[in-house]
Design a binder for this molecule. Sequence first.
Ligand SMILES: Cc1cc2nc3c(=O)[nH]c(=O)nc-3n(C[C@H](O)[C@H](O)[C@H](O)COP(=O)(O)OP(=O)(O)OC[C@H]3O[C@@H](n4cnc5c(N)ncnc54)[C@H](O)[C@@H]3O)c2cc1C
Length: 301
Amino acid sequence: MKASRLNEHVSIAELLRAACPAVSIEFFPPKTEEGARQIFRTAQALRPRGVAFASITYGAGGSTRERTFDYGELLQNLFGFRVLPHLTCVGHSRDDLARILDSFLGAGFPGVMALRGDPPKGERDFKPAPNGFSHASELVALARERQRACGVADFSVSVAGYPEKHPDAPDVGTDARHMAAKVAAGADFVTTQMFFDNEHYFSFVRRCRAMGVNVPILPGILPVLSLEHARKFATFGTSLPKELEERLSRHVGNPEAAQAEGVEWAFRQVRGLLDAGAPGFHLYILNRSESAIALLDRLVG
Ligand SMILES: Cc1cc2nc3c(=O)[nH]c(=O)nc-3n(C[C@H](O)[C@H](O)[C@H](O)COP(=O)(O)OP(=O)(O)OC[C@H]3O[C@@H](n4cnc5c(N)ncnc54)[C@H](O)[C@@H]3O)c2cc1C
């Protein structure tokens, strides 16, 4: 049932290559009952708003990882989203990863976001699991291998891109070369880390194109909720423009006004990106619908 429903559509990668901008939204699997209610409220609220596909993150370890699959299926089967589960190499052997990919393919998911993942808290360097992988490119290659073995025609593989460089990469050129290796291994689109200044995205796209990366590069947008919120994300290697910082600092203690400022900034970013030919945008919604709805309404209004 699921597979035949999905076959009625073009693949996600094809959708991104088409002229019409695509919106994707990112969920994370909730850990509590209230979190479960929240994700369902959000899915219900965003379902009618023309979202091309959703993705759902993969946890650092433990039982949250099964929830990626479970909530991915629920979002797909109850709410009708096309869902790309994320998968990381952390703590998994090649055989584990093959089994998980087979389960994604068997469940009719239209693709996967193939990631290396981060080292466990407190550790600086990424260490592969025994018989596991060191780089996302190896997981991309395995996803293609499993797709062929399972006889699935359409399966999109996305990879992460870092407009301001991955924090561990020595320089932007080396990072772009590693990006190109993921595409050479079979990735058919890139989803970027969030950024608050479109110039970072435009330079990243130029670097990737210069390396021969010709797949769609979907920009990641986070409508921030407050100054504190923006500063928190800025610690993960996303720089905070002075102007955004100043605008948000005017609304400290007024969450509604700060949230509206975050939406306004995201709106200006998205307009600039789409005008420059971006294939759409990926919204980091943090399982909340308010900012996403406000942004999507402004874009169509
Ligand atoms: C859109 C998006 C979604 C994400 N979702 C999740 C999630 O669900 N769960 C989660 O835990 N994390 C997630 N992350 C975070 C991600 O796991 C981390 O940023 C991680 O540190 C790198 O993963 P990667 O797939 O980019 O790794 P890689 O592409 O393997 O790159 C990691 C580092 O290794 C370098 N590198 C790559 N290939 C080589 C090579 N052959 N030789 C030497 N160096 C190399 C790169 O330059 C980079 O510095 C996400 C990130 C993004 C942008």
